[in-house]
Design a protein around this ligand. Structure first.
Ligand code: ADP
Ligand code: MG
Length: 189
């Protein structure tokens, strides 16, 4: 698939009754893709299995259907791609090429901490898109914990500042949808 989505997920399949923290009208608005015209970002935060990737892919699928260029990868995937470009002396060109994509999805910020070089590359990706092109980011960690991910409170706050200046931040809550019906509470006879 061109956009490299990890699986086929649509907004229609999303069960809002199970995730009351996701506002239907806000998600529907994001599904129109209007936020892309303003280079706004979307940040989906919450514990594993709460629907972050599903909503990210659902919104991005709508954008792709509207004809926008969209690319999906994990945070570590993006950093690996930028590190390769950097090693070839092509970082600026790669960032410029990526800016021709109206939307990048950066999935799973925070699962794997970054070393300093990776943190710098990630920061450059965020700054290169600031007020120019949109990002959807997902993370299992609140912003207050991002300093641990990037190993540096200064770079983390400079990055968060740029991300959230024009953004919808959605805090998903609850238990993992993956475990639903599999981990039934034990009942005593
Ligand atoms: P996260 O990225 O937050 O860890 P995912 O979005 O990957 O979680 O969701 C885990 C699985 O549960 C996926 O198969 C997803 O489609 C499904 N899922 C999660 N929340 C919902 C929901 N509210 N309605 C329908 N499916 C959901
Ligand atoms: Mg996910």
């Amino acid at each position: 698939k061109a956009a490299k989505f990890p699986g086929h997920k649509t907004l229609e399949e999303f069960n809002f009754d199970h995730q009351p923290a996701a506002d239907r009208s806000l998600i529907a608005h994001l599904g129109t893709g209007l936020f892309l015209e303003e280079a706004k970002n979307v940040v989906l935060l919450g514990p594993p299995g709460t629907g972050k990737t599903h909503l990210a892919v659902g919104i991005a699928t709508r954008a792709a259907h509207s004809g926008h260029r969209v690319l999906f990868d994990s945070a570590t995937g993006w950093v690996a791609r930028l590190a390769q470009a950097h090693n070839r002396g092509q970082l600026a060109a790669e960032l410029a090429k990526l800016r021709r994509y109206k939307l990048l999805i950066i999935d799973e910020v925070g699962y794997i901490p970054f070393d300093q070089d990776s943190a710098n590359l990630f920061f450059q990706l965020v700054s290169s898109r600031y007020e120019r092109a949109s990002l959807i980011l997902t993370s299992n960690l609140a912003f207050s914990r991002w300093a641990d991910v990037f190993g540096d409170a200064t770079i983390a706050s400079a990055m968060i500042d740029r991300i959230i200046h024009h953004a919808e931040v959605i805090n998903l809550t609850g238990n993992s949808y993956r475990l639903q019906g599999r981990l039934k509470p034990q009942t005593m006879a």
